[in-house]
Write a protein that binds this ligand. Structure first.
Ligand code: RIB
Length: 298
């Protein structure tokens, strides 16, 4: 069957970004020096990252019938992403209020809106596309049942990748059940701690745990084996979307047939490059840029 390389099930937001010398503490006001709006949302970012890395991508999500929804839909289409499974619902398009400090660190409040409608029923209507995908990629910015259903509908040959972001508030049975359905789980260090650590994940049967470690690169744990992937050293401007760049490129390269170690090298490079520009989608690299930084023949 001629399916998509990567099917992403997830959120789409309009990001409202304020830049400031530093992030405010609770109760504090700081004066900012810039403002812009850009497409975002972990699902949309990962779909765009995968498409820019050369994959044929379909997105399963929901937008409001408003100007933001129209802008995000157009962006997906412009990036060559299939939007057949993108519903227009009677809720506002998701918004993310993002503060970015001069050191590139951020803090984000997401108001899900339409993303809340990406539920098991919606995903269940797209079983065909999930069953024939090479990779199904999910995050936790839509109801958890969406990711669960997506992984259940994935085909026997499909690689199921879970980026457990944003971090779940607590590790419920539902979270553990979802994690068990994934072949590859990609948390950052904070998310990993909330999920009980690497041993816990491998203990419940996750074949591959990939921990993203920011400026220190990444770590791949497979059973008793552990491998570090060295970072690409860059000067970060805005870290928003770095994890999404990593996950999208990892999914794309796996789907295109690159071995996991090579795909991880590409993902680390793509994550680093995404921090060198402002905004999530605007800073997602194209494959030619990623390739330039990859070691030859490894
Ligand atoms: O991962 C970055 C993303 O998180 C932003 O684009 C924002 O929309 C939030 O979902």
């Amino acid at each position: 069957v001629n399916g998509f390389d990567v099917v992403v099930v997830g959120s789409a937001n309009l990001d409202l970004v304020a830049t400031a010398p530093r992030l405010p503490h609770p109760g504090e006001t700081v004066l900012g020096h810039g403002y812009f709006e850009a497409p975002g949302g972990k699902g949309l970012n990962q779909a765009v990252a995968a498409a820019r890395a050369g994959a044929r991508v379909a997105f399963v999500g929901a937008l409001g019938g408003d100007a933001a929804g129209e802008l995000l839909r157009q962006l997906l289409v412009d990036e060559g992403i299939d939007v057949t499974a993108v519903a227009v619902v009677d809720a506002p398009t998701g918004r993310a209020l993002i503060g970015v400090g001069d050191d590139g660190e951020n803090s984000i409040i997401v108001v899900p809106g339409a993303n809340g409608r990406v539920n098991a029923d919606h995903v269940g209507r797209h079983g065909g596309v999930l069953g024939t995908a090479k990779v199904v990629l999910c995050q936790l910015e839509v109801p958890l049942e969406a990711a669960e259903r997506a992984f259940q509908l994935a085909g026997p040959e499909t690689v199921r990748v879970l980026n457990p972001a944003p971090a779940p508030e607590s590790t419920t049975d539902e979270v553990v059940g979802l994690v068990r359905l994934a072949d590859v789980v990609v948390p950052n260090e904070h998310e990993l701690a909330l999920l009980g650590g690497v041993e816990h994940l491998t203990g419940v049967g996750v074949a591959h745990v990939v921990v993203t470690e920011g400026a220190r690169g990444a770590r791949h744990v497979h059973g008793d084996h552990q491998r570090r992937i060295a970072p690409l050293v860059v000067t970060p401007v805005d870290t928003t979307g770095a994890g999404d760049s990593f996950c999208g490129v990892l999914a794309a390269r796996l789907a295109l047939g690159d071995p996991l170690p090579r795909s991880l090298e590409a993902a680390v490079v793509a994550g680093a490059l995404a921090t060198t520009g402002s905004g999530a989608v605007p800073s997602l690299p194209r494959w030619s840029e990623v390739e330039r930084h990859l070691s030859v023949g490894s």
